[in-house]
Each structure stands twice: as structure tokens, then as C-alpha cells.
Design a binder for this molecule. Structure first.
Ligand code: ADP
Ligand code: MG
Length: 698
């Protein structure tokens, strides 16, 4: 092992908190059990820190329009508050209690936990809704977990969200784009519906700015000083956690390869510390899969029995069974190592974690409105995130956190807090949703943090060129309303609409479903060659989208066989998801009057439908490029075909991509070759007005 700290040899430090508070308190009452696996569920619930505040919470919710609750991760906010509300009668008379989460996986996991605690059948009294998955029963479900994005969608049918008595916006500190939008919308709704009570819960003091946001609400005239109805000024309640001291360790010198550093750190913890599970924060599925493989190999080389170790991934898109494994108690005699994205930072609680390894990065969306390039970037986390990650180690007993970056880096280079997603995202989806809700003056919307005018203008431009907005920036009819109705990125929605006219909706709906999930391939470190060979069996000269059609067709021919998937490096779970999403999209299309028609493998038509949505993502190969450099037509930025693409090294002259990812370069993921004349055909206004020098050089 390189020059790492030696676990356990450094002086323990409290995690400092710039705002002057102490985030992790040492608790003297160590008599708490984990609240897991001991005693009845009722007892477990009463042991949670939030239980002491039950009456206070119910009182505040009753007497205030908005209540802000700050409490450390694991204190019981998400699983307990909806139950308290239900017990106090907030779900009587057919009303529903809603609790939003920014992440789909968190929605599923907490909903199933709450159903279990209440001893009710999942999907009846307690249910959840995420995009493409509705596990609720109309008229029966009393507590409903949902993503903040789904709640915005529900407003399209029911603008005042009338069925809800209380809406709890959870994980507000994450400042996801949908959370920011929903807070602005809810503030508006409250003015029309004083009977709607809000709870905003957060793991950090970020809550202060949210309180100020709700405080600026104008009081209704005539009610000044009167004790009628709930108070408009938000209440803030802070739930004292019971986190233990977490010792922070830093690397002495910056690490070059955090995957290897993570693995050797885990191995040294396993060697030197006898008990406790380990949680490793990495950036994404690819990172996690690679690290798991590496750890298993190295552990084996170090003479560890693989049966002693339970190494598990945690990221969105896991199957139910895989999720359950992560949350089940560690079997006796085993050590559990969970490799997670930042989903375990605050939205999920894992029991038994004593050691945290923090790589210092996460995948973040960044958007440059000038070049109109949006990409997913592995970027440094903030100090606030680093503190949250460390805190995961101190839930049950004093823990240790190993940061794979230097102390100097933490102190001097890491920013204090992250940038809200709304300020680093493409706003196309956001704008269309607000337009569909009748909010026309989007810059004048009551934002918690204003998006940049440049990004807003870009979004309006893109929507205009898609034919979704008219000259007055109003939704067009029917296209604009139809695009807004389909719960996909507007470019995908437009592609689907176009496929109806072009007569290839059968094919396009499959492509849209595949593009809606992370990946249909199984990635195994060290088996790159095998995967590439498997892909070649389905390869289509046109590119990735058509290759997906080949995979889908072969999967159906195999009788949807999991064995077939395994043999071909296709992710069975992902394919089942594709079929599910496809069914849902078909239903939505039916509602919109788009018939299902097949073009009988006329791939020119299919590509034209793709272009109808994605013409803005066209790129041209540089004339003398030896390394496959492309320029975006829109802004002349250098981009390359991603190595995972079927067109990698094929380098057709003209391509359209689905998304960009950034590592050392900007890579195009999911690429299709096109004829440039189709671009002008699909979007003449766009190509003539945006890029006047656009020439159809072949
Ligand atoms: P918070 O929202 O404040 O972070 P939660 O309500 O999510 O806290 O969790 C409270 C406690 O409930 C956790 O500390 C854990 O003991 C238990 N818990 C939550 N989810 C699960 C689960 N899926 N399986 C087992 N226990 C869970
Ligand atoms: Mg929570």
C-alpha cells in the first residue's frame, strides 16, 4: 500500500462545521441498539431520535402552513413523519399524505420500509409513484411516496394538488432541479389553498434559505394579527441527532487513481479493524462495478476467502433483489462492503456502517448555455457533501472516515456547498413543464435560486425550434401540449411524435425506452473484449439506436430468456425494464392518438424520426482528423464518439448523438450516422438561423 494513513493511528477529529454548529455530537446514551433486528417494530420506531419530537411536529404542522424540519440522516424524518401524520388523522376523509424524494431508488426503498413498519400490503395504504411505475391504489393509498418530478407532472392534471392534505418535500438540501421547481409551485398553490400544509425536510442547515423563501409570503389582508387558520410564517424544528464521533483521516499525498486507492483502503480496514461494515462512495455504476471486481480480485490475492466478504453495489437501477441485499443485516461472520453513488449520502440509511471511504467526487450535471452543451461530469464534491458522507460512519458507534484526498485540499480547495442543480442544468424540460402549468413568465417565476438568463434563452430557443413553442413563447397546439404530456426529455418526446407521422412508431418507442435507462449491457471489468464481441453480434451500420432494435428483437425471439441475456452480455433486468417502459409509452401514445406502426426495418425513416428530436445534436467529422474528432454543428465544439458506441472507430462523416459525457474529453454516447440533408429537412429554421454558415459539405 502506498503512503496512506494507518487506520486508527491518528488523533480523532470532530468534523467541523463552518456555520458554527457541531454536526456530529457524541452521544452519552450508547444504550441505543441499532433499531434494526431488535425488538418489535413499534419499539424500533420509538427509539428513533425523531420520536421525541412527534408531538411537536404534529403541533407545528397543525398551526403553521409550512414547517421546516432539519435532522441528520437516519433520524427518522422520511419513514416516521408520514406515519405520525396518518396517525393524527391527516389522511382521514379520503385525503392523502405525500412525501417527495429526489431519487427513484429512495422512493422505492422508503415506501417499502414504511409499508413494512405499518404492517400493510405494499401498494395499498402505502404506495409509491415514480416515472413509469405506479404502485398505488386510487382511493386506498393514504401515504404516497413519489419523486418530486412526478409531483410536478401530477399538477398538470390537478393544478392545486387537491387530494393531498400535507405534502412533505424531503431531502430539500439536495436542491435538485425538481425540488426547486416544486417549492416555487407549492408556494403559489398555498396562496390558493390555505388548507394545504407543507413540510420541508432537510439534512442540513441549508433550510435557512428555504425558510426565508417561504417567509416572504404576503399575508392575506385582514388576517393581520388574528389567530385564524395556520400561521403563514414557517416554523423551523431541529431534530437533535445522535451521531457519534467520526474520526477523519486524509491521504498524505493526492491519489491518482481513486479506484485503486479505494480498494487498498478497504483492504487495510479489513485487515486492521475487526468489526463493522464499510461504505465506499464512488461516482457511478461503471466506477462501482470496476471497483467491486478489483476488490474481489485483490482480496483473493491477499488470501482472503471470498466467502468472508459481501461486496455489494448501490446505485439507481438496481433490481429489487439487489437492493434488498444491501439493506439486509450482514450475516454473522461476514464483512459487508457497500460501494455506492452519492445516493447513500443522505437519502438512504444503511445499518451497521462504521467505516466510510470517500473518493471525493460525484457525477454531476453541467451545462454551458453558450455552447449549449450539457454533460455529466465527474466533479469534486463540496465540503457539505464530504461532511454528510463522513456522518454515515457514526450512526451506531464512533466511526472512521477515510478521505481519498488531502486535508489541505479539503480545507483550501473544496467549495463550501454545491451549486443548485437549476443553475447547472439544461432547462428545456423545466421550461416546458412550467409552460404546461400555465406559467408563462418563467424568468419572473418565484425561484429559490434563479437560473441563468442565458440558459433560459437557450431552452426557449430549443423548444421553439422543436416546434413546441410559438412566436409568443406559448405552447403550440397540438405538438407543444403533446410533448409536455409525454414524461420524457422533450427531444425524445418530439422523436416519438415524429415517428407517428413517419410511420415508424413501433421501432421508435423501443428506442425511446432503451434510451430512458442507463445501459442495456452488462459491464464486467476485464471482459471488455467479450462485451465488444457480443455487441458486434447485434451491430448495425447505422449506429447504436438501430443496434438496440436488433438486441430487442433478438431478446423477444429468445422468449425473453435470462440465459440468452447472460450469454450475450445483455442486462436481463434492464431489458425487462425496457419492455415495461415500452408498454407505458404505448399507452400514453394511444391517449395522444398516435397509432403504432412499423416501418418494416426502413432505417432511413427511423433515423429521420430521431433527427426530428435530436437535430440540435448533429456533429461532423473533422476533415483531416486522425483521432476521430468531430465538431458540433451548433457551436463548433470538439467531441468524440464514446468507446462504448458501436460506431467507435467507424467514424461516419455525419452523426447525431443522444447525450454527452465528459471525462478527459467530451464523448458522444449513443450515436447514429445521418445524411446532413435530413437536418435541414427536419429543422430548416434552426439550421438556417442558428448556423448561417452551415454548409452541406459531404
Ligand atoms: P431520515 O429520513 O431522517 O434520514 P429514515 O426515516 O430514512 O431517516 O430512517 C430512519 C431509520 O429507519 C433508519 O435509521 C433505519 O434504522 C430505519 N430504516 C430506514 N429504512 C430502512 C430499511 N429499508 N431497512 C431497514 N431499516 C430501515
Ligand atoms: Mg430521509
Amino acid at each position: 500500500m502506498a503512503n496512506f494513513w494507518k487506520p486508527g493511528t491518528e488523533r480523532p477529529r470532530l468534523v467541523d462545521d463552518e456555520e458554527g454548529g457541531v454536526l456530529f455530537h457524541y452521544s452519552s446514551s450508547s444504550a441505543y441498539s441499532s433499531g434494526f433486528g431488535y425488538g418489535s417494530i413499534e419499539k424500533q420506531r420509538k427509539r428513533l431520535p425523531i420520536y421525541k419530537y412527534r408531538d411537536a411536529i404534529l403541533y407545528l404542522v397543525e398551526t403553521h402552513s409550512t414547517t421546516i424540519i432539519v435532522g441528520e440522516t437516519g433520524s427518522g424524518k422520511t419513514t416516521q413523519i408520514p406515519q405520525y401524520l396518518k396517525e393524527a388523522g391527516w389522511a382521514d376523509g379520503g385525503r392523502v399524505i405525500a412525501c417527495t424524494q429526489p431519487r427513484r431508488l429512495a422512493v422505492q426503498s422508503v415506501a417499502s420500509r414504511v409499508a413494512e413498519e405499518m404492517g400493510v400490503k405494499f401498494g395499498e395504504e402505502v404506495g409509491y409513484t415514480i416515472r413509469f411505475e405506479d404502485i398505488t391504489t386510487e382511493g386506498i393509498t393514504r401515504i404516497k411516496f413519489l419523486t418530486d418530478g412526478v409531483l410536478i407532472r401530477e399538477m398538470m392534471d390537478d393544478p392545486l394538488l387537491t387530494k393531498y392534505s400535507v405534502i412533505m418535500v424531503d431531502e430539500a438540501h439536495e436542491r435538485s432541479i425538481s425540488t426547486d421547481i416544486i417549492l416555487g409551485l407549492l408556494k403559489k398553490i398555498q396562496q390558493r389553498r390555505p388548507d394545504l400544509h407543507l413540510i420541508i425536510s432537510s439534512a442540513t442547515i441549508e433550510a435557512k434559505s428555504i425558510a426565508a423563501f417561504f417567509e416572504t409570503r404576503r399575508r392575506r389582508p385582514g388576517l393581520e394579527g388574528e389567530e385564524l387558520g395556520p400561521k403563514p410564517v414557517p416554523a423551523i424544528l431541529s431534530v437533535e441527532g445522535r451521531g457519534f464521533n467520526v474520526e477523519i483521516n486524509y491521504v498524505e499525498e493526492a491519489v491518482l487513481d481513486y479506484l485503486r486507492a479505494a480498494v487498498s483502503t478497504v483492504l487495510s480496514i479489513l485487515d486492521q479493524e475487526s468489526i463493522g461494515d464499510i461504505l465506499v462512495f464512488l461516482t457511478g455504476q461503471d466506477d462501482i462495478d470496476a471497483t467491486i471486481q478489483l476488490l474481489n480480485e485483490e482480496a483473493y490475492d491477499n488470501g482472503r476467502k471470498s466467502s468472508d466478504l459481501l461486496v455489494l453495489p448501490l446505485y439507481s437501477g438496481l433490481s429489487r433483489a439487489e437492493q434488498d441485499l444491501v439493506f439486509s443485516p450482514t450475516p454473522r461472520g461476514k464483512r459487508k462492503v457497500v460501494m455506492s453513488t452519492n445516493i447513500a449520502e443522505t437519502s438512504l440509511t444503511l445499518e451497521g456502517i462504521v467505516y466510510v471511504v470517500d473518493c471525493g467526487f460525484s457525477k454531476q450535471q453541467f451545462y454551458d448555455p453558450i455552447s449549449d452543451i450539457e454533460s455529466l461530469v465527474v466533479a469534486p464534491i463540496s465540503k457539505a457533501s464530504a461532511r454528510q458522507r463522513a456522518g454515515r460512519a457514526g450512526r451506531l458507534q464512533p466511526g472512521k472516515c477515510y478521505r481519498l484526498y488531502t486535508e489541505e485540499y479539503y480545507t483550501n480547495e473544496m467549495s463550501a456547498v454545491g451549486i443548485p442543480e437549476i443553475q447547472r442544468s439544461n432547462l428545456v424540460s423545466c421550461v416546458i413543464q412550467l409552460k404546461a402549468l400555465g406559467i408563462d413568465n418563467i424568468l419572473g417565476f418565484d425561484w429559490l435560486a434563479s437560473p441563468s438568463p442565458e440558459a433560459m434563452i437557450r431552452a426557449l430557443e430549443v423548444l421553439y425550434s422543436l416546434g413546441v413553442l410559438d412566436d409568443d413563447a406559448k405552447l403550440t397546439s397540438p405538438i407543444g401540449f403533446q410533448v409536455a404530456e409525454i414524461p420524457l426529455d422533450p427531444m425524445l418526446s418530439k422523436m416519438i411524435l415524429a415517428s407517428g407521422q413517419l410511420g415508424c412508431s413501433e421501432e421508435i418507442v423501443t428506442i425511446a425506452a432503451v434510451l430512458s435507462i442507463q445501459s442495456i449491457w452488462i459491464s464486467v471489468r476485464g471482459a471488455r473484449k467479450e462485451l465488444d464481441e457480443a455487441k458486434l453480434r447485434f451491430a448495425a451500420a447505422e449506429g447504436d439506436h438501430v443496434t438496440f432494435l436488433n438486441v430487442y428483437k433478438a431478446f423477444l425471439l429468445s422468449g425473453k430468456s435470462s440465459k440468452w441475456c447472460h450469454k450475450n452480455y445483455v442486462n436481463y433486468h434492464a431489458m425487462k425494464k425496457v419492455i415495461e417502459i415500452r408498454e407505458q409509452l404505448k399507452r400514453i401514445m394511444q391517449r395522444l392518438g398516435i397509432g403504432l406502426k412499423s416501418c418494416e426495418w426502413d432505417m432511413q425513416v427511423v433515423r429521420k424520426a430521431i433527427i426530428a428530436g435530436f437535430f440540435a445534436n448533429a456533429c461532423r467529422l473533422e476533415a483531416y482528423s486522425h483521432d476521430g474528432k468531430y465538431k458540433t454543428v451548433r457551436s463548433s465544439k470538439d467531441v468524440y464518439i464514446h468507446p462504448s458506441s458501436i460506431l467507435f472507430r467507424v467514424n461516419p462523416k455525419w452523426v447525431v448523438y443522444h447525450a454527452l459525457v465528459s471525462t478527459d474529453r467530451q464523448y458522444m454516447r449513443n450515436v447514429i450516422s445521418i445524411d446532413p440533408s435530413w437536418l435541414v429537412e427536419a429543422a430548416p429554421h434552426f439550421y438556417i438561423s442558428q448556423a448561417p454558415d452551415f454548409k452541406l459539405a459531404r
